[in-house]
Design a protein around this ligand. Structure first.
Ligand code: DNO
Length: 355
């Protein structure tokens, strides 16, 4: 297990590499070329520069989150092969730079979705939260404004203004796309990128849908154990893997995270481990990583990862806003650093107990 920390790059993140370097046990970051657009071929020199910046600070790039997938690929639109070629060119450059873990998602239009980015908890911290009744009342065309108003001036990952400017057109692209078509387009994409992944031993980790059910009438397909198993079998190669995001899959209390870990054994190159608290079947909020602060058993999750031989990259996920920190919601330094250390504490105890 390699502990990492997400970093958005210079100009986009309130957290610095120097700060990340001081988190015990964290030697690598998960990052991206944040200014690029889905569908664009990344330039080798930009990747190289990013790598140098990270290495100058005494850290390594452990993986990319995300190389985003263009909606033409998701919908099987007219330019999909052109965008897939660009994706392959990006993977080629990443492979040449020795970067071999890539997280991506296949969510239509919206990436992760929340109704509230700063819900106040009893201890005064604020967290991201989701309430289905609020989401049901929101016109998706106005989702952008509501997210922007809550994001402390940061561009939230997956909510890039360039895409949000075209919401109506994006929704139109998905008019005839149901679950099955979306799934087949994903398989088409994964088969096409197979050769470059195998050439460089790149592991792709698909990020589950968050929340793990269809929203705004758009299909979502990476939601539970059966869908994940179907995908892993459809392209039954090591490069086709899962980003185990406990918070995204865990948004649906029916998902048994440990069962999913066991069923995807050997195919999890990357894990986002975080906790959340269910308030009702229509409402959840994110919590501190500590088990007792939320509804999930982090010890069981880490133990199952250990027992299934997980040797991938892990990162703490969304943190609460605490101690007066102002950052991109969910991505401050303090609470995620607490999470990184807590998860490593669990891991150390589990490992020593077994030896
Ligand atoms: C949210 C993140 C997601 C994730 C993408 C992966 O905080 O977990 O935006 O990075 O879905 O492509």
């Amino acid at each position: 297990m390699q502990m990492s920390f997400r970093w958005y790059g210079p100009g986009y993140d309130s957290v610095t590499l120097e700060q990340i370097r001081q988190i015990p046990g964290v030697k690598g970051v998960i990052t991206t070329l944040y200014g690029t657009q889905p569908g664009e071929a990344w330039k080798k020199e930009d990747i190289h520069r990013l790598k140098e910046t990270v290495e100058d600070a005494g850290l390594s790039i452990y993986g990319i989150e995300s190389v985003n997938v263009h909606d033409d690929i998701k919908t099987g639109g007219g330019r999909r092969d052109e965008y897939i070629d660009n994706y392959i060119a990006t993977l080629e450059c990443l492979g040449q730079e020795g970067i071999t873990m890539v997280c991506y998602n296949f969510m239509p239009v919206f990436d992760w979705t929340r109704s509230d980015l700063a819900r106040v908890r009893a201890d005064g911290s604020t967290v991201l939260a989701y309430n289905q009744d609020i989401i049901d009342k929101i016109d998706p065309q106005h989702m952008r404004e509501s997210i922007e108003a809550m994001s402390n001036g940061y561009v939230m990952p997956g909510w890039e203004p360039e895409r949000m400017d075209r919401l109506e057109a994006l929704f139109a692209m998905y008019r005839d796309i149901d679950e099955e078509k979306l799934f087949q387009n994903l398989v088409y994409f994964l088969k096409a990128i197979g050769p470059v992944c195998e050439k460089y031993n790149i592991h792709m980790g698909i990020h589950p849908d968050d929340p793990a059910w269809p929203i705004f009438g758009l299909p979502r397909i990476i939601t539970d154990k059966d869908h994940i198993e179907r995908l892993l079998k459809a392209v039954d190669k090591p490069y086709n893997g899962l980003t185990l995001c406990t918070g995204s899959l865990g948004s649906n209390p029916k998902n048994d995270i440990c069962q999913i870990i066991r069923s995807a054994k050997g195919r999890i190159p990357f894990a986002h481990v975080r906790n959340l608290r269910y308030n009702s079947d229509r409402d959840f909020e994110e919590a501190a990583h500590l088990s007792e602060d939320g509804s999930m058993d982090m010890y069981e999750i880490m133990k199952t990862l250990y027992e299934t031989g997980f040797d991938g990259i892990i990162r703490p996920d969304h943190g609460r806003a605490i101690w007066g920190e102002v950052s991109m919601p969910g991505y401050g330094l303090y609470d995620r650093a607490l999470g990184a250390v807590y998860l490593q504490g669990l891991w150390e105890a589990i490992k020593k107990d077994r030896q």
